[in-house]
Design a protein around this ligand. Sequence first.
Ligand code: SF4
Ligand code: FE
Length: 492
Amino acid sequence: MALMTAKEYIESLRKLHTRVYMFGEKIENWVDHPMIRPSVNCVAMTYALAQEPEYEDLMTATSSLTGHKINRFTHLHQSAEDLVKKVKMQRLLGQKTASCFQRCVGMDAFNAVYSSTYEIDEKYGTHYHENFKKFLTFVQDNDLTVDGAMTDPKGDRSKAPHAQADPDMYVHVVERRPDGIVVCGAKCHQTGSINSHWHIFMPTIAMGPEDADWAVSFACPSDADGLYMIYGRQSCDTRKMEQGCLIDVGNAKFGGQEALVVLDHVFIPNEYIFLNGETEFAGMIVERFAGYHRQSYGGCKVGVGDVVIGAAALAAEYNGVEKASAVKDKLIEMTHLNETLYCCGVACSCEGCPTKAGNYQIDLLLANVCKQNVTRFPYEIVRLAEDIAGGLMVTMPSQKDFQSDLPVGREGETIGQICQKYFAAREGVSTEDRQRIMRFLENMCLGAAAVGYRTESMHGAGSPQAQRIMISRQGNIQGKKQLAKSVAGIKE
Ligand code: SF4
Ligand code: FE
């Protein structure tokens, strides 16, 4: 099958029987739900841009499995150049949506599970790699979106999966049959889970021999029997449900999405299993998936940062202060921070190398440094954006006030006229444009989009401490000590 168009992607979601719950109710038409649709639109952009000749080189690739032209979001990276293109593609999508476009988790899962299954089979003579190749060929040929599901609820963090009071705190096998396994558990804050055709489940931590039933990885359709999702709410999310208030939403077209994905006795046929009890490989899958996703943030968050910087510059322009040296300096600082993140994303890609299975993996140390910076710099970027925007981004009356005909003044002036008068921008700039840019910044800095740009920058792809552990492991302090000894003339 050829690449799907954005429209075909959206229509393909309607054919699924995905069970979605929100506000205590089952949502039947979730594709058109005003709170969910912006996240569908975001993923649709990964299809739309792949159709544009201008972006063909970034958005598409040649499949290493079939030789077919595929969307890069389903690609196994074949070179360091591919890894760089991935980051550039993510920056592009961030620029076009100013949101999390969700499809990367699947791409990062493909690359991690592909190389890991090869090494599991090598040790145990299992057939996980063949299973995975067959599954990925199906995904590529049908241009599917797949959620990479890793984060378990984890219960008592001090205890291993097998030691939890409730065994469902980590996804696990509850029954083994000749034709497959039955699994229970859940994955938390799953990006893009509702919009995905399929899910790949992976373990979330390294495991010991007693955790065999929890060391499991598999693919399953999003509408599998026993699987359902409970939608995660975002700050100011119900603004999307207010009629005629699109300006107040800030970014009415695009948004991210997270959900709790529950597996209630879901049957997984053997052909979709990629790990089943080989505990020592759980850590490998986690480390590789996390590494790829930490690289991803050096692309997506940079693209979103580009839009935030642009919005701050516009806010300054509309207020008539764009020539002030203090404002210029803040924009320089924001750009410097944003491009530093991009440097890290590109660097860990350029330093990538082939895995035993043949696909390319990023340099893990640099990818972790990339993500560690992402846990900090977007916060400083939004702080500076708020500084430039001024308090109006959080005190401005609603769109309904700006449009209200209700007379309030002595001369019969309406609420709308009063708002227009007192919130006027500099000459030549409409009040509505000023409203739009303020609301956009509010959305990015502390509204629904802040989920993606702030908190996800902190915790997505692993919290800061997870990167520090990897940096300590990969940092080669012993080697550095040798360098110092050698230069300082210290003999062994
Ligand atoms: Fe992609 Fe970034 Fe969203 Fe992760 S946070 S899914 S890398 S856009
Ligand atoms: Fe993420």
